[in-house]
Design a protein around this ligand. Structure first.
Ligand code: ZN
Length: 272
């Protein structure tokens, strides 16, 4: 008979392996990592979207880990411009939506470590409950109540010199439910409005919810963007990447340090 302790250890090992995929070989460190964040904030008790909230102390620990191991920070447009000439261990931090904590909590930490980031801003981000655009039952208004960056706060972020501004559409629309003309409008108007208000070039786009139809990739290009990020998990090679469908590494507020380190290694967490 197998001793209970041995059986438990075995079950533990299987669980750990499925959860963290520690056994996978590291993806070539010449391939840049694009990290996806939303909020840098403490979790809220009972909240649905705590995965989108990375606590500030955990964010700092991640930045320190990257800094100590020689990772080099770029904006998404810089990654694209440098391509295969990028040094090993290149990465880009991205923030989606435009939460106020990106200025109040994230920026001081980015500056402390000399890192950059790309902010994908929703133009019409106030009083809008876009989570319902994906699933009707996500109508609790949790993200709607979350403090968003004012235009003046975006000015402050841009004045820091370490933030690139990208578009995340006008209304955080679900492109899979929209006609071609409406998608074009979201793409073109958001770029125009952001460029006019903030007086910076807007060259990168983030698909709202990561949802789109394949034919819409061409529309992103036609609207004047040179890169676009998805929510598909993974690490692209600069030799074969699709600049308008870049994969990212999801950084979840629920991840511990080990999960973060493994995601940087293989691009994703395990299957649990
Ligand atoms: Zn979003």
């Amino acid at each position: 008979m197998i001793p209970a302790a041995l059986l438990l250890s075995f079950i533990g090992l299987v669980w750990f392996s499925l959860r963290y995929h520690w056994w996978r070989p590291a993806v070539d460190y010449h391939h840049p990592r694009i990290l996806m964040y939303h909020m840098i904030a403490a979790p809220r008790p009972g909240a649905r979207f705590n995965g989108l909230r990375v606590p500030p102390h955990r964010f700092e620990r991640q930045l320190r880990w990257l800094s100590q191991r020689g990772w080099r920070s770029f904006t998404v447009s810089e990654l694209l411009a440098r391509g295969s000439t990028l040094p090993d261990k290149s990465f880009a931090i991205t923030f989606d939506d435009g939460y106020a904590d990106n200025l109040l909590r994230a920026l001081p930490l980015l500056q402390k470590y000399g890192f950059k980031a790309t902010l994908y801003l929703v133009v019409d981000r106030f009083e809008r409950d876009w989570s319902m655009q994906r699933k009707q039952h996500h109508s609790g208004g949790e993200l709607k109540r979350e403090a968003k960056l004012s235009d003046e706060q975006v000015d402050e972020l841009l004045a820091s010199g370490c933030i690139e501004l990208g578009s995340h559409s006008v209304t955080h629309a679900n492109f899979q439910r929209m006609e071609r003309e409406s998608v074009c409008r979201e793409l073109m108007q958001s770029r125009k409005m952001l460029e006019e208000r903030f007086a910076v070039p807007v060259l990168s786009f983030a698909y709202p919810f990561g949802l789109y139809h394949p034919y819409q990739v061409e529309l992103v290009k036609q609207a004047g963007y040179s890169s676009a990020v998805t929510t598909r998990e993974g690490i692209d090679s600069t030799a074969s990447w699709q600049p308008l469908e870049l994969r990212r590494i999801k950084i979840s507020g629920k991840d511990n340090w080990l999960a973060f380190a493994l995601r940087m290694r293989v691009g994703r967490r395990g299957c649990l």
